[in-house]
Design a protein. Structure first.
Lengths: 81, 224, 739
């Protein structure tokens, strides 16, 4: 089993990197770009035979405690295959 | 008064945080390895600058799980003085010992330069020897020092007089120009600028000394 | 085992003659892996086969030199039982391909060269050369390269915790396709803490520490080889990625492990990775090394012996420990969370024997690889004239506008945008950081500080490589003397085009000979360095670009800085007005920025006079007589004066000198230093004692810079105007869209 955890800044938090990318894109003529927010994701391989429900629960906890900083970031867990 | 400087893998201002109190100011100071479960007999803890664990994941995010941090939290809960400088400040907010977060600088670049700070409160063991409104010059050297917290937290910090120092000329986009803050009990302090680099006349400023000297004076008062 | 075809030999950039030499050294045809090993060790980069013959002309000894060229870095005695190790290295090509990682791994590589000898790195400087940021064709790319290089250096140095204390950054069209990134590093240690890259003691274990080996940087030429499929090519990034955090751990662990006394020899794995470190360590000790690749920690699966031997993965070290004391070494590396594995042993047969799960895949005499690389006496003619001999007609429309233009030009403008991204004061030793004539770091354990200057002048070298090299040595030494330091030793980075072209080879030879003469004269032996050749694109070579790093010593104290400090002080020009000459004006910033031409000869240098000027300024600085001091270089007198005013104190200069104003203001004659002093009489006495001129040219005043010659006012400008032109110019040229 594999999982992917997406982490991104909360909408209220300033994202200077995203803002810079946005202005670069607009500068390149992509005028339809209204906003860019950047984030990151983690690809996580799960050992064989793990219980899907348990995995899901643990990943939520890991995402909250380790992978994201809840003060500024949101996360989203996705279980693949 | 004995300072203890925590050394994480990737700390690189540990030596500076030892040299300033030990050699410039003459306080006994020792290093504490991140793997240690006790703090020994130190009277105050310094979390130094650097890139603990490479600042991978997020600045300070992995350091907060170090064994020593359990001891540091207990030490702080018992009223011990803890100061986090630069990366040390980032570790304190990541570990929840101080509110808010430190984001990438507004200009997206690492900035190393001397800055002026205004002392906002002298009601703290870190600033009692300074004067309110006094301008302190010390360097910043960080890529992620933009202080962020939600409005409620910021209002609370201000209402409770917990903003220790503000930038006179905001270099990194920090909300409300905040450069250093206190916890509720006022015994834990984090700041992005480096008092450890401003204790030696050869480094261009000795304004950082007032922070360490205040801590020593506060400790002496408690010890009595 | 693959068949060695002429094609395969060519792909490894070996000539048929070189291949024949390999066959005769081995007494048989090499295996495929052996061919790869020879190709990297006999490459220009590792063997210096085109330059070695001439490099021997450089002076390498003095009473200060503890270790000269041939080791990972040169070592200089600084007194009190302490020593410094320092060296410069280029990372030009990787920085062009991937600016951020190229520059970052350049910093990482030179830092390992320093701490592999046992020294703790305490300073880094960078000499950067790019195409113009406003180049019509390449401007956008040049800007991207500069931004990437600077953030790469910042990323690596800042995280590692070494201050980047200075350097230089210049722009020329000849660097459009060949940016130069030369990194200098310096470390400090005690005499009894010095380690060498020697595999001594038959039977001692050979230990691999640090990062795992991946396919990073496996030589490009080999990719085309028939053995590799299209699919496997995809897996082979040629760009090495640096991990400064790992390197910081490696530094601390290595220095701690050295203290156990169990380490016999140690060397980093840089260019040619495992190959170079094993055969060089064996060759220096006259021993062999027998090791098995199965024990080498690997990041990827299915790596061939060839790939493992040629990998240039970063942050790896090879060390030899005393037999029976391995555990002492392992426990230190465990503490720092690093891999440390015994991969083989030192043998007495002088052979590099590489095994793969026991089977021998390469067996080559270490000396054949490290010391018997081909040596070429490549033919050389005279350096090609890059410029017409005679000066064109030129006349200034406004000297003030000319000054502002030069102050705002890429070469002269403030580089604050760059150096503010570097932590230049971590470790709290930097008493003079970026932006001065020389950087200074104190050695806390002693009363001594080390001053260092990194410089190059491709324009002067382009006009006359020999004279350019001498001017460069003089300039570097003058930078040090201006802050009161005695220059003691040097490291050089020789950046040139294709040495197989006789006129390029001539540039290299003349540069080395000029440098040798001047370094001997100024008593600054070259203790090591780097040669970077083939810097050309489509037949266009870069300007001959020697870069020199010179270090000097002074007592620890608050240093003399550039800016004028107080009002009403006398301004003296130690060394006098030089010998302005239109025929020797064609390499100046004025010629480049204002006239837009390039001609003639570089400024004339009288080395004997230069030496006396430097002795005088050192004495003036040491006696605390100078409130400010700044040497004249790019942009001559006018630019130097302007730079002295950026602290907020101006000057009124009145001279009476019979020369056209462009030359008076902007001539770049060497051997001149501006001083402001409250004790002009004493300063003049010292100058006189050393036999150098020291005309009083004016006085410091508030708010303006005025320069007059006889009755004529040449410049009258507010300090705000001067500073405005200079301060934000780089930021403006990097972000033209915001202008």
């Amino acid at each position: 089993m594999k999982a992917r955890v997406y982490v991104s800044l909360k909408p209220t938090v300033l994202d200077p990197q995203g803002a810079t990318i946005k202005s670069a894109l607009v500068g390149l003529g992509h005028s339809m770009i209204a906003d860019v927010r950047q984030g990151k994701y983690f690809d996580i391989a799960i050992a064989d035979g793990a219980d899907r429900e348990q995995v899901s629960k643990e990943l939520e906890a890991i995402s909250l405690d380790v992978l994201s900083n809840p003060v500024i970031e949101n996360f989203q867990v996705e279980l693949l295959d | 008064m004995k300072f203890g400087v925590v050394v994480f893998p990737g700390s690189n201002c540990d030596h500076d945080c030892w040299y300033a109190p030990a050699k410039n100011l003459g306080f006994p100071t020792e290093m504490i390895w991140h793997d240690s479960s006790t703090l020994g007999d130190v009277d105050a803890v310094i979390l130094p600058g650097g890139f603990a664990y490479g600042d991978y994941l997020r600045c300070g995010a992995i350091a907060k799980f170090s064994r020593v941090m359990t001891a540091v939290k207990k030490f702080a809960n018992d009223g011990g003085l803890v100061i986090g400088i630069c990366n040390g400040f980032q570790i304190l907010v990541e570990s929840g010992m101080l509110p808010g977060a430190l984001l990438r600088n507004r200009g997206l670049k690492f900035i190393c330069r001397p800055v002026d700070l205004r002392v906002e409160t002298v009601d703290s063991p870190f600033s009692a020897e300074a004067a309110k409104g006094q301008i302190l010059r010390m360097p910043i050297a960080h890529g992620e020092g933009c202080y962020f917290a939600d409005d409620r937290t910021l209002d609370e910090l201000e209402a409770e007089d917990r903003v220790l120092v503000r930038y006179v000329d905001n270099p990194n986009g920090s909300l409300r120009n905040i450069a250093g803050i206190l916890n509720e009990k006022r015994n834990v302090m984090g700041l992005m600028p480096h008092p450890d680099r401003a204790c030696d006349p050869l480094m261009g400023s000795t304004d950082g000394a007032v922070i360490f000297n205040s801590m020593a004076a506060a400790f002496a008062a408690i010890a009595k | 085992m693959s068949v060695i075809t002429p094609d395969l030999i060519a792909q490894h950039q070996l000539t048929p003659d070189e291949f024949d030499k390999i066959v005769s050294l081995l007494g048989r045809e090499p295996t495929y892996t052996e061919l790869g090993i020879f190709s990297v060790m006999w490459s220009e980069h590792c063997s210096y086969k085109s330059s070695r013959l001439h490099l021997k002309k450089l002076p390498t000894r003095s009473k200060h030199v503890l270790v000269g060229p041939g080791e990972n870095a040169g070592i200089i005695d600084i007194g009190g039982g302490y020593a410094i190790a320092f060296k410069i290295e280029s990372h030009n090509h990787p920085s062009f391909i991937e600016p951020f990682q190229g520059a970052a791994t350049g910093v990482g590589g030179i830092l390992r060269d320093i701490f592999t000898m046992g020294a703790r790195p305490i300073a880094v400087m960078d000499a950067l050369r790019f195409g113009p940021l406003d180049d019509a064709q390449c401007g956008a790319r040049n800007r991207r390269i500069l931004e990437g290089v600077v953030s790469g250096i910042a990323h690596y140095g800042n995280c590692f915790g070494v201050p980047t204390v200075g350097g230089e950054c210049v722009f020329e069209p000849s660097y459009n396709g060949n940016p130069l990134v030369n990194v200098f590093a310096l470390g400090v240690f005690k005499h009894d803490e010095i380690f060498f890259g020697r595999a001594s003691g038959v039977g001692n274990p050979v230990i691999y520490v640090g990062a795992k080996t991946g396919r990073d940087g496996v030589h490009g030429a080999t990719m085309a080889s028939a053995e590799f499929t299209e699919e496997s090519k995809q897996k082979r990034p040629n760009v090495q990625v640096g991990d400064p955090f790992l390197e910081k751990l490696l530094l601390e662990a290595c220095l701690e492990a050295m203290k156990t006394g169990a380490i016999v020899g140690i060397q980093d794995m840089g260019a040619a990775g495992l190959t170079c470190s094993t055969c060089e360590m064996g060759s220096r000790a006259g021993t062999g090394i027998d090791f098995d690749l199965q024990y080498v920690p690997q990041r990827e699966t299915g790596m061939s012996p060839y790939e493992i031997m040629l990998s240039e993965s970063q942050e790896r070290m090879l060390l030899v420990a005393e037999k029976g004391r391995e555990e002492e070494v392992f426990s230190v590396f465990r503490k720092w969370g690093l891999d440390a594995v015994t991969i083989g042993t030192v043998t007495g047969d002088g052979l590099l024997r590489v095994r793969d799960h026991g089977a021998v895949v390469a067996e080559i005499p270490n000396r054949a690889l490290a010391d018997e690389a081909p040596l070429y006496n490549r033919p050389y003619t005279k350096p090609r004239q890059l410029a017409p001999p005679d000066a064109p007609q030129f006349e200034s429309a406004s000297l003030e506008a000319d000054l502002l233009k030069i102050l705002g030009s890429g070469d002269v403008c403030s580089k604050r945008w760059i150096w503010e991204q570097y932590d230049y004061m971590v470790r709290t030793n930097t008493t003079a950081g970026p932006g001065g004539d020389a950087a200074i770091v104190r050695i806390k354990e002693t009363n001594t500080s080390v001053a260092m200057s990194l410089d190059g002048n491709g324009r002067f070298s382009g006009l006359d490589p020999r004279e350019g090299a001498k001017l460069l040595v003089a300039e570097c030494c003058r930078n040090l003397s201006t802050v009161g330091a005695q220059p003691i030793a040097a490291t050089n980075n020789l950046n040139f085009g294709n040495p197989e072209r006789p006129e390029i080879m001539a540039q290299l030879v003349e540069t080395i000979e000029g440098m040798a003469e001047a370094c001997a004269f100024f008593e600054t032996p070259i203790t090591g360095g780097n040669v970077s050749l083939y810097n050309e694109t489509l037949g266009d070579a870069i300007f001959p670009s020697p870069v020199l790093g010179i270090v000097g010593l002074l007592d620890t104290a608050a240093p003399v800085a550039i800016p004028f400090k107080n009002e009403g002080r006398d301004v003296l020009l130690i060394g006098g007005f030089g010998r302005p000459d239109a025929g020797r004006f064609g390499g100046t910033q004025y010629a480049k920025q204002v006239v837009g031409e390039f001609w003639g000869k570089p400024p004339a240098l009288d080395m004997d006079y230069e030496k006396r000027v430097q002795a005088a300024i050192r004495e003036i600085a040491r006696k605390g007589l100078a409130e400010s001091a700044h040497d004249l270089s790019d942009g001559g007198l006018a630019v130097a004066l302007a730079e002295c005013t950026f602290g907020g104190m101006g000057a009124a200069i009145e001279v009476d000198f019979d020369v056209r104003p462009e030359l008076l203001l902007f001539d770049e004659s060497p051997s001149r230093i501006l001083v402001s002093t409250a004790n002009a009489e004493e300063v003049k006495k010292i100058a006189l004692f050393h036999g150098v001129e020291s005309p009083r040219i004016g006085v410091t005043i508030k708010e303006r810079l005025r320069i007059g010659n006889g009755p004529a006012t040449l410049i009258d400008c507010s300090l705000d105007n001067l500073r405005g032109a200079w301060d934000q110019a780089l930021n403006r040229s990097l972000h033209p869209e915001h202008v």
